[in-house]
Design a protein around this ligand. Structure first.
Ligand SMILES: Nc1nc2c(ncn2[C@@H]2O[C@H](COP(=O)(O)OP(=O)(O)OP(=O)(O)O)[C@@H](O)[C@H]2O)c(=O)[nH]1
Ligand SMILES: [Mg+2]
Length: 607
């Protein structure tokens, strides 16, 4: 359908806190629009197409799709809800005129609801509120609606913005209704409202071409692709255009291929007019935020600016004794190239060189975002050594400031004590407490971002997996003083060798293990957490002396406490400054930075 006039285009985004049902809703919108053939097999939550998205059940990247409804073209962007991927939401919102704000009928607005709504209101987008999951037995629909209204007011919404339309839904069953008491058979009302309540794109019909690149992609046949909304003018296949980069650099080029979205696919187009989303090729260089303009009267659009990263890790070449055994991409040049490519696609990531040519400092919004990047690289065959996540300090008027987080915790009453105590130790200050009367309590804290590093897994253990913990960046404040990161020392292997069940069994009472028998170890590899605060040097490859007498405690009798291997994020959170995580396609190992015990001692003495 190439002949759709701009008044019949709607550009919309779906925004919400993590897990409130965005991707599920988009799924049903696409299906009910008749996009797929009835016999076509389409994966559930089809927009979560990355492997890691499927595995973890979360959206990581914002993605576009398009469908036709009642002769209207609806360009829709599904966005991630996790705070670490907030840059994706900021990027996506530059393409749309309206947003559907989804809110879980039981959880109500949470920190990321606030963040995404704030961004939408700042851009003066029209917002439709959709209270989702009204099928939950613990739904509190009226209260949640009031909380949403309060949030709009709190965010200084205009009168018009605060007069938002509300629809209720069970995205999972694919229906929406204006009356929560009345179930309907589909999402018709939402389709109708998308067309009625959201404005058609506005543009100046006489103005020359202006388009801002909001995403980039790659196509094996035509090369690098720039994706964005045509603000003004028209873009045609074969047109000469001027790309305007950051600073004053520009580059003339020809549009060598042109596509638009149809469903989830990119299909060829001859021309794309103002208000629509275009995908074009012909660039040697193109970055998110660049403007594509008419070479005769070039006028760039305001560059996309996203919030600054607050967490950093170092990423280095694997210099351990097992380097190169499990991965294919092992050189610093390959790592640098890969990180530079990431910067192109990922607006919220930054990189800086360090004193060593083999080490790069990578900045992101949080440990999850950085962990995902490392995980993706590992699957691509990289071997890396990753350092402890640190926060990014800022000097303001000569005073060191640190990033703060607003933490919202939702736990059963019984756990408020342990949560308050643990966060208090990490310099968290309680700012709000709300007993919902249902046996669950909502607590809010203001805490240095530093204090949260490593807390998530503890929180899950402390609340037996039942607690909800959400965080939101809350600006910079003067440094709050030193914190103890980890109370325990490490158990460090003293030699190269294969871990034996016997040796591990013998070491069980000394602390928690990270490895299982038959793991290949090397000198300086950390095999567990010592129960005491000092490091313990251990021999994990020790064999039981063979004797003729079969005593009790023989090998068959050895029963080790089962362990869960550390995930990449847990390992990153566990380590101290003088430790690091070795990441390969096959293994995640923790080690000390300085493998040689003598050098390590000398260094410790010097510090
Ligand atoms: N009970 C109930 N569960 C729902 C409903 N809609 C979605 N879910 C479930 O909520 C979970 C999260 O759904 P997603 O669609 O992945 O949520 P999301 O907002 O896209 O999550 P992120 O992209 O990671 O922020 C899934 O397990 C869904 O099955 C609903 O209407 N009712
Ligand atoms: Mg999603």
């Amino acid at each position: 359908m190439d002949n759709i006039t701009p008044d019949r285009i709607r550009n919309i985004a779906i925004i919400a806190h993590v897990d409130h049902g965005k991707t599920t809703l988009v799924d049903h919108l696409l299906r009910q629009s008749g996009l797929f053939r009835s016999n076509e097999h389409v994966a559930e939550r089809v927009m979560d197409s990355m492997d890691l998205e499927k595995e973890r059940g979360i959206t990581i990247q914002a993605k576009n799709a398009s469908f036709i409804y009642n002769d209207h073209r609806i360009n829709i962007v599904d966005t991630p809800g996790h705070a670490d991927f907030g840059g994706e939401v900021e990027r996506a919102l530059t393409m749309v005129d309206g947003a559907i704000l989804l809110v879980d009928a039981s959880e109500g607005p949470l920190p990321q609801t606030r963040f995404v709504l704030k961004k939408a209101l700042e851009l003066e987008l029209k917002v439709i509120v959709c209270i989702n999951k009204i099928d939950r037995p613990d739904a509190r629909i009226t209260e949640v609606l009031n909380e949403i209204f309060d949030l709009f007011i709190d965010l200084d919404a205009t009168e018009e913005q605060a007069d938002f339309p509300v629809v209720y839904a069970v995205a999972r069953e694919g229906f929406a209704t204006t009356d929560p008491e009345v179930k309907t058979k589909d999402l018709s009302i939402l389709f109708d409202w998308i067309i009625e309540k959201f404005p058609a794109p506005k543009f100046d019909a006489t103005a020359p071409l202006q388009m801002m690149i909001a995403n980039i992609d790659y196509n094996d046949y035509v090369g690098r692709l720039g994706i964005g909304r045509v603000r003004n003018g028209v873009i045609k296949l074969g047109d000469d255009v001027l790309v305007m980069y950051e600073g004053d650099r520009t580059q003339k080029t020809r549009v060598s291929a042109l596509f638009r979205y149809e469903g989830l696919k990119q299909v060829p187009a001859k021309e794309i007019g103002a208000g629509d989303i275009a995908i074009l090729a012909g660039f040697e260089e193109i970055n998110i935020g660049d403007s594509v303009t008419n070479p005769m009267t070039p006028k760039p659009l305001t560059r996309l600016k996203v919030e600054e990263p607050t967490v950093a890790i170092t990423v280095s070449v694997n210099n351990g004794p097992f380097a190169g055994l499990e991965g294919k991409q092992v050189t610093s040049r390959k790592i640098l190239e890969r990180l530079e490519r990431e910067l192109l696609y990922n607006v919220a990531i930054r990189m800086e060189p360090t004193d060593s040519p083999e080490t790069f400092k990578v900045f992101g919004r949080g440990e999850l975002q950085l962990g995902v990047l490392i995980e993706v690289m590992r699957r691509e065959g990289f071997e890396l050594v990753v350092g402890k996540p640190t926060v990014v300090y800022k000097m303001i008027d000569g005073v060191r400031h640190e990033p703060m987080e607003n933490v919202v915790v939702d736990v059963a009453e019984a756990y408020t004590g342990v949560v308050t105590e643990k966060l208090g130790r990490r310099k968290g200050i309680m700012t709000n407490m709300n007993n919902k009367g249902s046996g669950r309590v909502r607590l809010e804290f203001s805490i240095p971002a530093r204090g949260l590093i490593g807390y998530r897994s503890e929180f899950l253990t402390d609340t037996r997996g039942t607690g909800l913990l959400n965080t939101h960046f809350a600006g910079y404040e003067p440094y709050k003083g030193d914190l103890v990161h980890r109370m325990n020392g490490a158990m460090i292997a003293d030699r190269k060798g294969v871990a034996t069940a016997y040796a591990l069994w013998y070491l069980e009472e000394r602390g928690r293990h990270f490895i299982v028998p038959v793991t290949e170890c090397y000198e300086g590899m950390i095999i567990g957490e010592h129960a005491k605060d000092n490091d313990l040097i251990v021999n994990v490859s020790r064999e039981k002396k063979l004797t003729n007498v079969r005593a009790s405690g023989s090998d068959e009798a050895i029963k080790l406490t089962p362990i869960k291997p550390l995930t990449l994020e847990q390992a990153m959170e566990w380590i101290n400054d003088d430790e690091c995580v070795e990441v390969t396609p096959k293994s995640i190992r923790i080690r000390v930075r300085e493998l040689d015990p003598h050098k390590r001692k000398r260094k410790a003495a010097a510090d």
